[in-house]
Design a protein around this ligand. Structure first.
Ligand SMILES: Cc1cc2nc3c(=O)[nH]c(=O)nc-3n(C[C@H](O)[C@H](O)[C@H](O)COP(=O)(O)OP(=O)(O)OC[C@H]3O[C@@H](n4cnc5c(N)ncnc54)[C@H](O)[C@@H]3O)c2cc1C
Ligand code: FES
Length: 278
């Protein structure tokens, strides 16, 4: 069992758990994830390792409530335990001194980008960060991003905080400004990563995205996380989750993410009914 040492509600529907998991913490690297199962009958869901403390033997996960499992997870509190937490999984993000790196975080993608930005900064890069959220009350970890960024722009879709608009607008302006950008790392909703990649492509700036297809085992055995990158089939759990955004077949990814929408909706309705009935 994996004990929850700390719970924080970062924004109304995004929560942080610090979980005791010494073996995972001892090996975790930026860009890797864990597969979590709440209890013996729970489904497995992948969540990025947003931080870790090797001395304490803990890892931090940050999750957004989107369906049954994340809603069930959100009911747990400090002192409760999770049955399974397997990891670290996936290929760590490639870190080296590139020069100037733009980190674009969208929504809950702010959590996975934080350890990557920090590692890139420690490797000697200049970091320009863009944090995009729908609204002011959904912005979190601005201070964490600022701590490793030479420059940070916050955007909100509705203009309630920072600059009004979407994250790709300041990204495009940066590219047009003539400043030499050596790499862009974009993590967030699929549509946001797709448009970041489309924004950088004409400028020829390499763009790394962290793909989030449906996953089951997380070890390359079931094939459910199949994505197409540069016309080649890859398994996001063992070949990624980081890939070259200019090579990703975004339409296939979006279609595969929607395969179980009906089942997910029914499962969530059933769960809400059970909660109401209890
Ligand atoms: C490598 C990786 C890292 C991730 N890291 C985070 C993270 O740090 N924080 C976070 O909030 N979310 C993260 N996700 C997404 C998270 O796994 C899903 O939101 C979660 O599985 C949804 O489960 P649910 O039962 O609550 O919702 P469901 O009702 O099952 O699904 C709601 C939505 O989530 C997607 N989804 C469902 N099951 C999975 C699955 N097993 N894997 C991926 N997507 C799924 C569906 O396409 C659907 O759009 C990550 C996904 C991947 C692949
Ligand atoms: S999740 Fe099963 S192969 Fe990737």
């Amino acid at each position: 069992m994996y004990k929850i040492l700390l719970r924080e509600d970062l924004v109304p529907n995004i929560h942080l758990f610090k979980v005791a998991a010494p073996a995972v913490a001892s090996k975790a690297q930026a860009g890797q994830f864990v597969v979590v199962r709440i209890d013996e009958r729970g489904e497995r869901i992948p969540l990025t390792i947003a931080d870790w403390d090797r001395e304490e033997g803990s890892v931090t996960i940050v999750f957004m409530e989107v369906g049954t499992t994340t809603a069930r997870l959100a009911l747990l509190k400090a002192g409760d335990a999770i049955t399974d937490l397997v990891g670290p999984l996936g290929v760590p993000t490639h870190i080296e001194k590139f020069g100037t790196v733009v980190c674009v975080a969208g929504g809950v993608g702010t959590a996975p980008i934080a350890p990557i930005g920090r590692a890139l900064k420690n490797a000697g890069n200049k970091i320009i960060s863009i944090l995009g959220a729908r609204s002011k009350d959904l912005v979190f970890w601005e201070d964490k991003l600022r701590s490793f960024s030479n420059q940070l722009t916050v955007t909100t879709d509705d203009g309630t905080y920072g600059r009004k608009g979407v994250a790709t607008e300041p990204l495009k302006e940066l590219l047009e400004s003539g400043e030499k950008i050596d790499l862009v790392v974009a993590i967030g909703p699929t549509v946001m990563m797709k448009f970041c990649a489309k924004t950088t492509q004409p400028f020829g700036v390499k763009t790394i995205v962290s793909l989030n297809p449906i996953m089951l085992d997380g070890t390359g055995m079931c094939g459910v996380c199949r994505v197409s990158v540069g016309g080649v089939t890859k398994f996001a759990c063992v070949d990624g989750p980081d890939f070259d955004g200019h090579q990703v077949d975004w339409d296939l990814l979006s279609a595969r993410q929607r395969i179980y929408l009906d089942e997910e909706r029914r499962s969530f309705e059933q769960w809400q009914y059970q909660c109401g009935a209890d």
